[in-house]
Design a protein around this ligand. Structure first.
Ligand SMILES: Cc1ncc(COP(=O)(O)O)c(C=O)c1O
Length: 393
């Protein structure tokens, strides 16, 4: 069965992903099994997507109930799940309004459009420049890719969107130089994910806020990876003394179903008119019911306390591994990077052999994004496994 599925994949699926050699078949909680019956502990959450693990009964029940009640009707009609989810997101954040979409990349595209339209409503002068940072990852569509300054990702697809300035991350002086009256928006991840798990310093985020205020630009926090409790607070912006004007969400919001969202203040929202943006699937009743369950549970103080506690413990335990290959352990909450002096690829492969799903972030950073349901015994298994893997490298 495994060979047959791999053969069909290699023959008919566009080969844009480097995939693990096994075929995953089912999962429960922290565990998944492949088609040969081998069990793995999942320390990836599907790249920060499944905060409550696999086959969560409450999410599954909400999805199945909504599917049997009203599965899809388009955005030409009101539905309760969408309105109620928007209400919940605003109640739990700085935002006044929400635009729903289907993925992180779409949320970034929406944010680019909203920022441009907002700039047009506040000035007649050209104000279209967008600033993003070295190491950023905002997505793969043309607009989002333009904000993602990685040569290998961009080069084959140029020309991209013009008017984007890439500035060194965490460099206040460089940001001061780059952000001016022509700046429309500044996009930043509170902790860069794909770029290597790099936390922004609070001083950097505060400086960006001040510069945006000074020049009438919008501060956009890309919380697609950091949002929904991943860093131990519901949003990454909490705890750094800064609020954005726009926040993008996706990944964990749907607990495994595809949904994205752009959250914004009323000031930004006021620039948008009916017809300015839209989507067929976005904010459908089924994904919104799933997201309500996820948000309700992610925002619960006991969930956030558990994420913070397990994150601290995991960081401590990883820092105690005595290996010459570890350069640094960094991150926030359950978003942790282990920078190695060797390529991460063979470590991931050795993890598979030991029954652990691990991620990388760039060539030599091991990235851990476990579900929020992780316990101390899972951390023991991970740290013991990594210790022996690194010893053999
Ligand atoms: C911070 C950030 N922004 C945007 C994206 C793109 O999201 P998606 O893959 O859902 O389009 C990602 C995905 O990894 C991300 O981590």
């Amino acid at each position: 069965m495994t060979a047959n599925i791999r053969e069909k994949d290699s023959r008919h699926v566009l080969q844009t992903y480097g995939r693990a050699p096994f075929v995953l078949d089912r999962g429960v909680g922290m565990h998944v099994w492949d088609t040969d019956g081998k069990e793995y502990l999942d320390f990836t959450s599907g790249i920060a997507v499944t905060p409550f693990g696999h086959a969560d009964p409450e999410i599954a029940a909400a999805v199945s109930d909504q599917m049997m009640r009203l599965g899809h009707v388009s955005n030409l009609y009101h539905t309760a799940p969408q309105a109620e989810l928007a209400d919940m997101l605003c109640a739990h954040s700085f935002a006044d309004r929400v635009f729903f979409c289907n993925s992180g990349t779409e949320a970034i595209e929406g944010a680019i459009k909203f920022a441009r339209k907002y700039a047009r409503t506040v000035t007649d002068r050209p104000k279209t420049q967008i600033v993003s940072f070295s190491g950023a990852f905002h997505g793969r569509s043309v607009g989002a890719l333009s904000l993602t300054p990685r040569e290998a990702y961009q080069a084959p697809f140029r020309p991209l969107m013009s008017g984007v300035a890439h500035v060194p991350f965490n460099d206040v002086a460089a940001a001061q130089e780059a952000i001016g009256p022509e700046t429309c928006a500044v996009f930043v991840e509170p902790v860069q994910g794909e770029g290597g798990v790099n936390p922004a310093t609070p001083e950097f985020l505060q400086a960006l806020r001040a510069l945006c205020n000074q020049h009438g630009a919008l501060l956009v926090f890309d919380e697609i990876q950091t949002g929904m409790g991943r860093t131990g607070t519901l949003w990454g912006y909490q705890g750094c003394g800064v609020q954005p004007d726009i926040m993008t969400l996706a990944k964990a919001l749907g607990g495994g179903l595809p949904i994205g969202a752009v959250l914004m203040t009323e000031r930004v929202a006021a620039a948008m008119q009916p017809g300015d943006h839209g989507s067929t699937f976005a904010g459908g009743p089924v994904v919104c019911r799933a997201a309500q369950v996820v948000l309700h549970r992610a925002a619960a103080p006991e969930t956030l306390a558990h994420v913070a506690e397990m994150g601290t413990l995991l960081m401590e335990r990883l820092s105690e591994i005595n290996s010459p290959h570890i350069r640094e352990v960094r991150g926030r909450g359950l978003m942790i990077g282990v920078e190695l002096d060797i390529p991460a690829g063979p470590v991931l492969a050795a993890g598979y052999a030991q029954g652990m799903l691990l991620l990388n972030a760039g060539p030599n950073v091991l990235r851990l994004l476990p579900p929020y349901i992780i316990r101390e015994d899972h951390i023991d298994t991970l740290v013991n496994g990594l210790t022996s893997i690194l010893r053999e490298q």
